[in-house]
Design a protein around this ligand. Structure first.
Ligand code: DHB
Ligand code: FE
Length: 324
């Protein structure tokens, strides 16, 4: 079949009806966006001569993605998360908000409400005796190099098998998730375990999509951060550990040159003792620079449904966003 009907008045009128243009109710922006989205998809069906079999298998795949709550997993794989970052970077550049540690994607696996600590926290629950001990530390500074005391540093990462607590029911609550407030010198310190890389579940709908593109669903070992302080721009970022097979081949497109950190293996017993550790450990240092801003909306993370996020928080964040 090689019919082309997209540009006919019948189809164009039909699209307007489907998008509710002739209805008084509903939301104007929703109508505009749906009209554009459907137009692009109808045109695609025409241009690629999409068969009914192909169309219905796509519907089935979307159902499977939703059933397994995997849209949040597929989203970074299709580059949407990184694209939103690129847009945010461009908006910062246009507003001359320069400097500071680069942002990169949040990913779908943050959980709100992790235990809070001042200056130091142990993040692992000690249940993984074979895991390599990680000493994670850094200083939070403003763009002039002044340390920021009391900055809020939220850190989360996966275990040595690639699982995140909460999403992996075998782990204890908030394992490898902590909120640490920096000390008087702007420093945070954590004892944890070196995370492994992460892979999307084998055979899952996300994996099927990536395989159809000839791609893999692997991420390098990485550690997520939210960093915030009054008067400064909220930072969502992560570090990728150097030397991982996927450091420069991350399916989620989160790697940025400034965010690749080399862990340093330390075998000196005196160094371990100084940190209250025993035996060999790996030190990972990540200093963070926050840009200044007086705009309240830029000082908090953007609203998004997140596990255990207070619904009232989301409501008030959305209300704040709507006012800008
Ligand atoms: C995904 C998983 C992550 O741990 C992450 O940081 C980003 C994306 C994912 O499964 O899509
Ligand atoms: Fe992650």
């Amino acid at each position: 079949m090689t019919v082309k009907i997209f540009d006919t008045p019948d189809v164009q009128d039909f699209l307007k009806t489907v998008a509710g243009f002739d209805q008084a109710g509903g939301d104007e922006r929703a109508k505009q966006i749906m009209h554009r989205l459907l137009s692009d998809l109808y045109k695609l069906i025409d241009d690629f001569d999409v068969t009914p079999e192909e169309y219905w298998s796509a519907v089935s795949l979307l159902n499977a993605l939703g059933h397994e709550t995997q849209f949040g997993l597929l989203s970074p794989g299709l580059g949407f998360d990184h694209y939103l970052d690129m847009r945010q970077d461009a908006a910062d550049a246009e507003a001359r908000r320069t400097g500071g540690t680069p942002r990169t994607i949040e990913g779908p696996l943050y959980v709100a409400g992790a235990p809070e600590a001042e200056g130091f926290a142990r993040m692992d629950d000690g249940s993984d005796p074979d895991a390599e001990v990680m000493w994670l530390t850094g200083q939070v500074r403003d763009v002039d190099g002044t340390p920021i005391a009391g900055a809020k540093v939220e850190v989360w990462h996966c275990d040595s098998k690639g699982g995140y607590s909460f999403f992996d029911p075998t782990q204890s609550e908030y394992n490898l998730r902590r909120t640490i407030f920096t000390n008087g010198e702007g420093r945070y310190r954590a004892r944890s375990i070196i995370p492994s890389g992460y892979g999307v579940p084998e055979g899952a709908p996300t994996d099927q999509v990536l395989k159809a593109l000839g791609r893999h669903g692997e991420r390098p070992a990485h550690i997520h951060y939210f960093v915030s302080a009054p008067g400064h721009q909220h930072l969502t970022t992560q570090i990728n550990l150097a030397g991982d097979k996927y450091t420069w081949d991350d399916f989620a497109f989160a790697t940025r040159e400034e965010l690749v950190v080399e862990g340093k293996r330390i075998e000196d017993a005196a160094e371990a003792d100084r940190r209250g550790l025993e035996g060999v450990f790996t030190e990972v240092v990540f200093d963070v620079e926050l840009a200044k801003t007086e705009v309240a909306e830029l000082q908090t993370r953007h609203a998004r449904p997140r596990a255990k996020e207070d619904v009232e928080d989301i409501g008030s964040q959305l209300a704040a966003t709507a006012k800008v």
